[in-house]
Design a protein around this ligand. Structure first.
Ligand code: GLA
Length: 385
């Protein structure tokens, strides 16, 4: 059974009719550029082959009705007019948030069946995948004038305003705009985007993803603290965003002898060096050395997230160390932090050795078994049927 047949069948079982269409949007991993997005900096994500599918049909009774293959028995149905931030919550909040954003376009309501295989809570943007699949569906069915950039904003507002997670624009941009075989070099300030060829297989490499199985929640966790610290640092530096800080030397004024000043210096130093790392990786990918040469920059990014931004975990550090010890060219945690996944850039013939080494390290440390897979840069959101 194809994913389209599966989504159609599940839609028919839930709603007793055929959907108007089936849409898909992927999860992502960020090659480099972590926590730079809400500092108006640079990011470089790739889309995963894992997607969330939305089978969708417009209604005429004013209700939004939401069902999910992954949450059987948790059907959510209420008038479009009753949608409000936090209502509904849980998984249904993401599609509901998108419907809420576009409520003027779907006054008759909408039925949505969700199915997917993006691991959730793994730092791989399952929430953005869900938002983007539904946003694209509503664009095609009811809001033809919206551009991909508009849909990124719709999906992001669903996450920020409806679900209440104070995230940046990285995940929704990746899910909506990435193309197969490329990394998306995005300037989150002016939203200019360039597709950078990222054909790892041709270079004899693979991007291994290690899901540590430890979860995070950006609506309640330390993510919001980091965001506030960055804003505070920018304020003290007198810049609109940390993107505007030219170099690490310019951060010295943050160190005012207080513990707070020392923390702000670290947070800002991560952002300034991380933006530089994105530019360095893009330049390297475009140069003669190619992807094999970006490894050390990825590893430096991990050290910065661990030591300056302080959002890594024991499990993420272990995954990175074990991968490097077993021959990875570079490795780092990805996403918002406090759990989730790491990536390792690995010679194709060393994937099994690195996977084995990480698994063994986790078993020795009595961590839960990690889930690993090779991420092939894949397509962004699209209509499947
Ligand atoms: C989460 C957020 C993104 C971004 C990353 C860190 O995934 O949703 O906006 O801030 O963390 O790079």
């Amino acid at each position: 059974m194809t994913v389209v047949e599966r989504a159609r069948a599940a839609f028919a079982a839930a709603f007793g009719a055929d959907p108007d269409g089936v849409w898909a949007a992927p999860g992502r991993v960020n090659v480099i550029g972590e926590h730079t997005d809400y500092n108006e900096g640079f990011v470089l994500p790739v889309a995963l082959p894992h997607t969330t599918r939305a089978a969708v049909a417009l209604r005429d009774d004013g209700l939004v009705s939401l069902a999910s293959v992954q949450h059987p028995g948790d059907r959510v149905e209420l008038p479009v007019a009753d949608l409000a931030p936090g209502r509904p919550g849980g998984w249904a909040g993401y599609p509901a948030g998108v419907v809420h954003e576009l409520r003027d376009r779907v006054p008759g309501g909408v039925s949505v069946l969700v199915d997917g295989d993006v691991p959730s809570g793994a730092g791989l943007s399952s929430s953005a995948a869900l938002e983007c699949a539904v946003a694209l569906a509503l664009r095609d069915l009811a809001a033809p004038g919206l551009t991909p950039a508009d849909l990124v904003d719709v999906a992001r507002r669903a996450e920020n305003d409806f679900v209440g997670a104070p995230t940046g624009i990285l995940d929704q941009s990746a899910s909506m705009l990435c193309t197969a075989g490329h990394a998306l070099f995005l300037d989150t300030r002016d939203r200019s985007a360039v597709q950078v060829p990222f054909d790892l297989a041709a270079a004899g490499l693979a991007l291994l993803v290690v899901d540590t199985g430890t979860t995070h929640d950006h609506a309640t966790g330390g993510y919001g603290d980091r965001r506030r610290e960055c804003e505070q640092a920018a304020g003290r530096l007198g810049v609109a965003a940390l993107r505007d800080v030219p170099d690490v030397a310019a951060l010295a004024v943050l160190d005012d002898g207080t513990a707070e000043g020392a923390v702000l210096l670290r947070r800002a130093r991560h952002i300034v060096t991380e933006n530089a790392r994105v530019l360095e990786v893009v330049a390297t990918l475009r140069g003669a050395a190619g992807p094999a040469a970006i490894g050390p920059v990825l590893t430096a990014g991990h050290a910065s997230l661990r030591d300056d931004f302080q959002i890594s975990t024991t499990e993420l550090d272990a995954a990175v160390a074990a991968a490097l010890d077993a021959g990875a060219l570079g490795a780092r945690m990805v996403g918002g932090g406090f759990g989730g996944s790491a990536i390792a850039l690995v010679p194709a013939d060393a994937v099994d050795a690195v996977t084995g080494a990480v698994t063994t390290r986790f078993a020795e440390a009595r961590f839960g078994a990690p889930r690993t897979f090779v991420a092939v840069p894949s397509a962004g959101a699209q209509r499947l049927a």
